[in-house]
Design a protein around this ligand. Structure first.
Ligand SMILES: NC(=O)c1ccc[n+]([C@@H]2O[C@H](COP(=O)([O-])OP(=O)(O)OC[C@H]3O[C@@H](n4cnc5c(N)ncnc54)[C@H](OP(=O)(O)O)[C@@H]3O)[C@@H](O)[C@H]2O)c1
Length: 305
């Protein structure tokens, strides 16, 4: 009797009303024979039913062809869903789970890798011991980027917000997860307060909402005396950092400050996401989130440290 053949199946679990076509289309283009199932408006309470019914029908041999992709705008709900999925799995009934809420984890990974690449090209070493500032670091991109800078042993990671309590919440979460105290909250409502936030920064990453300028050029010139690298995730004008063209990839913004724009980050983000999907397809199990995405990004740019 010939061995049963299993088609790859990707189950998209989305917390939003409408699942994003972005990741679904990318998956279909990468894996032509893939079958896509999508569940929308999913809450953590719904997860057990969906995941248990995905774990068992194909048996231990077939399960390695079933993958889950968790998506959605609400980071806390996404986190709660991932925790529930982990609790549902046990050997040999385990799956590969990709987590990239609205592209934020692959974007954050690409942004941090690009700033590291610029540091290395300038001969300034790694992130370890540097001061990083994540402007408007309270959204999904900013939180993952701040986590990665802290995990890379930055001396200090400042997370700014218009509301100190939001920045405090992000800092406390990352510090607790990484057992550190390097992540510091900072309230920045005015350009001058943003200036104060970047005064001793080596790296400044802007992760503000689309179309919001966070760092005017005169503030960068006045306060950013130590800054070597700036990067911006916002591709919608006005961009997050004035004077930083979204296409620039390591070009000097002001003398001594090198910038990576949102489209340069976005190009790497798409490559990282494609590789994340392929890796999750190959591997029988595992959580493929911003940590895995960051390692993929580093390998793509041949960064070994
Ligand atoms: N290339 C890609 O594929 C891709 C994928 C995902 C995201 N992105 C981009 O990455 C950036 C970050 O994404 P995200 O989803 O993390 O962003 P987000 O959650 O929409 O916003 C991030 C933070 O911006 C601050 N903010 C919002 N409105 C503001 C305003 N009017 N003035 C000042 N600050 C404001 C808020 O911080 P506080 O309220 O705490 O101040 C918010 O938490 C966005 O520009 C997004 O377009 C790109």
């Amino acid at each position: 009797m010939s061995e049963q053949k299993f088609r790859p199946v990707f189950i998209f679990i989305d917390t939003d009303k409408h699942a994003s076509p972005f990741d679904i289309l990318m998956t279909i283009d990468l894996i032509p024979d893939v079958v896509v199932l999508k569940y929308e408006n999913v809450t953590p309470e719904d997860v057990e039913k969906i995941v248990y019914d995905a774990l068992f029908p194909r048996g231990p041999k077939g399960i390695r062809f079933t993958k889950v992709f968790v998506n959605g705008r609400e980071l806390e709900t996404v986190d709660a869903i991932v925790e529930k999925i982990k609790k549902c799995m046990f050997p040999p009934f385990e799956l590969s789970v990709i987590v990239d809420p609205r592209g934020s984890y692959t974007t954050a990974s690409a942004a941090v890798v690009k700033t590291l690449e610029v540091l290395q090209k300038l001969g300034l070493g790694t992130i370890e011991g540097k001061n990083a500032v994540v402007l408007a670091g309270t959204g999904p991109v900013g939180v993952a980027a701040a986590w990665l800078y802290a995990a890379e042993k930055a001396a200090k990671v400042v997370v700014t917000s218009r509301d100190l309590s939001r920045a405090q919440k992000v800092a406390s979460k990352i510090n607790a997860e990484l057992k550190t105290d390097v992540v510091k909250p900072f309230q920045a409502r005015t350009p001058e307060e943003v200036g104060k936030a970047i005064e001793d920064a080596d790296i400044v990453l802007a992760t503000g909402a689309p179309g919001v300028q966070l760092l005017p050029l005169n503030v960068l010139k006045t306060y950013g005396k130590k800054v070597k690298v700036v990067a911006d995730c916002n591709a919608v004008p006005p961009y997050g950092i004035e004077g930083l063209n979204p296409k620039w990839d390591g070009k000097e913004v002001v003398p001594g400050v090198y910038g990576v724009g949102a489209l340069a980050i976005g190009t790497l983000k798409n490559r990282i996401e494609a590789e994340l999907i392929k890796k999750a397809l190959q591997e029988p199990k595992g959580i493929f989130d911003f940590r895995a995405a960051y390692e993929i990004g580093k390998a793509m740019l041949s960064i070994t440290k």
